[in-house]
Design a protein around this ligand. Structure first.
Ligand code: XIL
Length: 326
């Protein structure tokens, strides 16, 4: 059962004009009533975990299936929540037809523009913000060698933001990356990229810091306030977009692991609440029952706010306490 005694994160966040969100996946939303209840009670923004990714939307060229994305958008609207669209251009979860299709530069520009226009246009006025480009920088700080960069060149970023802006001029357009918890080169390169995009008047409206952390990532947490201040100097709003804190698993997590995890959750939220221009924090899932972590990181897990039985963990209480502080 989900914690019923406290006011819930959503109410605490709304009292201070803050957005607290989670990614949402379609299967548990349809099949696990406890999941849907918890999302509606605890969060005021959702990010579709996979439903808006290119490869999920378009299994064959020229064809889009929006049924899962529509269901998530309807759910969010029914519960008065904002939607953060994720992710228009990425190197992963691309359609097979694109990866195997060997498009020419002109064809790929057309594919890019059509995709961004179709998806952003469909939800114009309903999806408030978008991750337009996801993870364009490699950990060594160079532009990542992905299909967009290889075939189109660095202008693909400008093209994506321009197309998204024309399709919904009111949407807030994000660049999203895992810059800070990677290397200094990565963080510096993200900053430089944003500075040059801004300099070229690319319609970028925010930067998303994913923050998939581990218990050993305390240095990333310590660096966060200065990173946020630096980004604020660029005049860009910042959001924590995919926050989770995974741990090594052998049996159940220990009390010590859970306490360390809670302090990472607390520090990241506190840094965001005290920074200029950081008014959104989205966790990448909220219950360990439904989390990407064990599928992607062998022998790691327990990254979220509730355990597998929907019992709140110290990490949940840490966020609630931080939201209650003046
Ligand atoms: C992950 C999802 O959680 C998984 O369900 C999916 O199989 C792979 O992608 N960075 C991102 C997210 O920007 O889209 C990724 O989500 C996690 C890492």
């Amino acid at each position: 059962m989900v914690e019923r005694t406290g006011p819930g994160l959503r109410l605490l966040a709304e009292r201070r004009g803050f957005r607290i969100g989670t990614c949402v996946s379609i299967l548990p939303l349809k099949n696990d009533p406890e999941y849907a209840r918890a999302v509606a009670r605890e969060f005021n923004v959702i990010t579709p975990e996979n439903a808006l990714k290119f490869g999920v939307l378009s299994r064959s060229r020229g064809h889009y299936d929006f049924s899962d994305a529509d269901a998530l958008v309807d759910f969010a609207e029914k519960h008065g929540m904002q939607i953060h669209g994720h992710a228009l251009l990425w190197y992963a979860q691309l359609p097979e037809w694109l990866v195997n299709g060997k498009p020419t530069r002109t064809e790929l520009i057309d594919i890019l523009t059509t995709h961004v226009t179709t998806v952003v246009g469909r939800y114009a006025g309903r999806i408030a913000s978008w991750d337009v480009v996801n993870e364009a920088i490699a950990t060594d700080g160079t532009l990542r060698d992905n299909v967009w960069h290889r075939i189109i060149g660095p202008e693909y970023l400008d093209m994506a933001f321009a197309a998204a802006h024309s399709a919904d001029p009111k949407a807030q357009l994000f660049y999203n990356d895992y810059g800070i918890e990677a290397t200094e080169q990565h963080a510096d390169a993200v900053y430089e990229l944003l500075r040059t995009l801004r300099g070229r008047q690319v319609p970028i409206g925010g930067v998303g810091l994913q923050m998939h952390l581990t218990l050993d990532h305390l240095s990333a947490v310590n660096r966060l306030p200065s990173m946020l201040a630096r980004l604020a100097d660029l005049g860009l709003p910042v959001a924590v977009t995919e926050f989770d804190v995974r741990m090594k698993m052998s049996g159940h997590p220990t009390a010590e692991q859970l306490a360390t995890q809670a302090s990472v959750y607390r520090e990241v939220l506190r840094s965001c609440l005290t920074a200029q221009g950081c008014s959104t924090l989205v966790v990448w899932g909220f219950t360990d029952r439904h989390s990407w972590v064990p599928h992607f990181f062998p022998n790691q897990g327990a990254a979220l706010l509730w355990d597998e039985e929907y019992q709140p963990k110290p990490s949940y209480h840490a966020l609630a306490e931080e939201l209650m502080r003046d």
